[in-house]
Design a protein around this ligand. Structure first.
Ligand SMILES: NC(=O)c1ccc[n+]([C@@H]2O[C@H](COP(=O)([O-])OP(=O)(O)OC[C@H]3O[C@@H](n4cnc5c(N)ncnc54)[C@H](OP(=O)(O)O)[C@@H]3O)[C@@H](O)[C@H]2O)c1
Length: 259
């Protein structure tokens, strides 16, 4: 057996279909690219059409199969419509990645209903509804992979965690509930836990060089995260090799959480 064949058996996503929310930017974009380059047909879901189209163009120019669906995941109707449209492109997904997320960060005393509701809708309810839509089908077919992107704020307070940290803590609990329900049928459900990653989500913090350097110093690797750091872990969690890994939170944070 060649090393290529061996690696393919472990990690190839050929003939798999994937839906990646937030696949037009940051961590979700890097994961969508990684799954597509590993062989999956990938549908990315977000709101802004220009970013979606540009991402899909990049992937198809690279020989990948990719498509986009524009949807607002902050409403139940938006999530349900997005799920139907996404499944209509390459078929029911084998892999669901929930990377769409928002972090609005008002001071706790000023945290109002609107920020709370929107945060819970996008960061927690959309992943739940997409799981309800796709999880049972994956279980019936005997294979599925659900991957959520949470945050160190699921585990500790950090820069006004507010509603955001609560949504991410609950998302890790959701992954465990989904894992309990569907792992007996070949569907693993896990979360990837970033530390501080230089993406548009963090534009304000990233523009302060002193804060950026201080955060890098809190890692063991000595630098902040890049979206590309999530590619390998996502391919692993999406493929055959991770069949016995479920209900887990896997930190991709350069050692931030253990320093
Ligand atoms: N960057 C970090 O340091 C960090 C740390 C911990 C956790 N995370 C988590 O990692 C995930 C990805 O974050 P990122 O840093 O890659 O952020 P990002 O670059 O801002 O990307 C967020 C993505 O979510 C989409 N999105 C936001 N609101 C949406 C809505 N209502 N409906 C549909 N799509 C929506 C955005 O597209 P549109 O705006 O076009 O809709 C975009 O594609 C998030 O869940 C975030 O909480 C990030």
């Amino acid at each position: 057996m060649t090393s290529q064949t061996y690696l393919s058996e472990l990690f190839s996503l050929d003939d798999r279909t994937a839906v990646v929310t937030g696949g037009s930017s940051g961590i979700g974009k890097a994961i969508a690219g990684a799954l597509a380059r590993a062989g999956a047909s990938v549908v990315i879901v977000a709101r802004k059409e220009a970013e979606l189209a540009a991402t899909v163009d990049e992937l198809t120019a690279d020989g990948c199969r990719a498509a986009w669906v524009s949807a607002d995941l902050s409403t139940r109707g938006g999530v349900r419509a997005a799920a139907e449209q996404a499944a209509g492109v390459f078929g029911e997904p084998d892999i669901l990645v929930n990377s769409a997320g928002i972090n609005l960060r008002p001071p706790m005393s000023e945290l109002g209903d609107e920020v709370w509701d929107t945060t819970m809708a996008v960061n927690l309810e959309a992943p739940h509804l997409l799981g309800q839509r796709f999880g049972p089908g994956m279980a019936e077919r005997g294979f599925g992979r659900i991957i959520h992107i949470t945050s160190q704020q699921a585990h500790r307070a950090f820069v006004q965690s507010g509603a955001y940290g609560v949504s991410k803590g609950a998302l890790e609990a959701l992954a465990r509930s989904q894992a309990e329900a569907w792992s007996p049928h070949g569907v693993t459900c896990n979360t990837l836990v970033p530390g501080f990653v230089m993406t548009p989500l963090n534009a304000r913090l990233s523009s302060d060089p002193d804060k950026v350097a201080a955060l890098a110093a809190r890692t063991m690797v000595g630098r902040n995260g890049l979206a590309e750091d999530f590619a390998g872990a996502a391919v692993f969690l999406a493929g055959r090799a991770s069949a016995y890994v479920t209900g887990q939170a896997i930190f991709v944070d350069g050692g931030f959480s253990v320093h």
